[in-house]
Write a protein that binds this ligand. Structure first.
Ligand code: GLU
Length: 281
């Protein structure tokens, strides 16, 4: 069986124990399958990504004993691939421009006639205020959204396989459910090549990823990724969503959680195997 997986960190802060777990698990699973472990730098948000964090990522991962083929894919260099994918979705009439800011969305979604406010993987579900707008009326103040109701109309039954501990098995992706659980996701953010959802799908396919190994927090976004794979005619990888590493209080670790940064443990004299022991590998 072919097995290609990846670790895809964003260089917006120090790697912490949660990243160490994700990266080491992906690398271990690739080794066990006789497959390939790739690295991808998710620096699509150029306002937050920093070269020094990227350098620290390479340094920390090498110190942990990981190895990957060069050159590393960097999302900041992939703008034309995302533009091509967006154009494809635009050509089939599934996208629209949206100028709503967070406060507009809160106000529209909070109106009593809209019923119970709902949340999806990206926060509050977009109430559809700009859905009628044509792409030809797009301005620099707009994001691009996917019209999920139109997508649902043309979607066959889709599914993905999951091997992670919490949800192992085959998962159907229901088109009509997506309208209520995900809504109209952003495909392109202001001033960026693509959104996380669009770029991750385009890049996983471009890198030939057969197995996506990532945190449990992204399980909910996976049906959307499978829909985008269908619309863009891309293969659906097998997914493995792993447990999250938490602090003593049970809270998941965040980027700003410097206390559990790999670099901090290194400076304190811990070894790579001490780190592996800490995360249960
Ligand atoms: N760049 C994402 C993160 O740092 C990971 C995306 C993925 O693995 O699909 O959380």
């Amino acid at each position: 069986m072919m097995f290609t997986t990846r670790f895809a960190p964003s260089p917006t802060g120090p790697l912490h124990l949660g990243h160490a777990y994700s990266a080491c698990l992906a690398s271990d699973m690739a080794d066990a399958a006789g497959g390939t472990f790739l690295l991808r730098i998710e620096d699509i948000d150029t306002s937050r990504a920093r070269p020094e964090w990227e350098a620290q990522i390479y340094d920390d991962l090498r110190w942990l004993g990981l190895d990957w083929p060069e050159p590393v894919m960097r999302q900041s260099e992939r703008g034309s691939a995302y533009a091509e994918a967006l154009e494809r979705l635009d050509n089939i009439g599934l996208t629209y421009p949206c100028a709503c800011r967070r406060a507009d969305i809160e106000a529209a979604a909070g109106a009593p006639q809209e019923g119970v406010p709902r949340f999806g993987p990206d926060g509050r579900i977009y109430p559809g205020t700009c859905r009628h707008r044509p792409m030809s009326g797009r301005t620099d103040a707009d994001v691009i959204r996917l019209n999920m109701a139109l997508v649902a109309d043309r979607l066959p039954d889709l599914a993905f396989d999951e091997t992670g501990p919490a949800h192992a098995g085959s998962h159907g992706v229901s088109a009509s459910d997506l309208v209520t659980t995900i809504g109209d996701p952003i495909l392109q953010r202001r001033g960026m090549g693509g959104s996380y959802h669009l770029s991750v799908v385009v890049d996983d396919a471009a890198q030939g990823i057969t197995h996506v190994i990532r945190g449990e927090d992204l399980f909910e976004a996976t049906p959307l990724h499978v829909v985008l794979q269908y619309l863009l005619d891309l293969p659906v990888p097998t997914y493995h969503h792993h447990r999250l590493i938490r602090d003593e209080a049970g809270k998941r670790l965040a980027k700003r959680d410097d206390a559990r940064a790999i670099a901090t443990y290194r400076a304190e004299g811990l070894s790579p195997s001490d780190i592996r022991a800490k995360i249960g590998l």
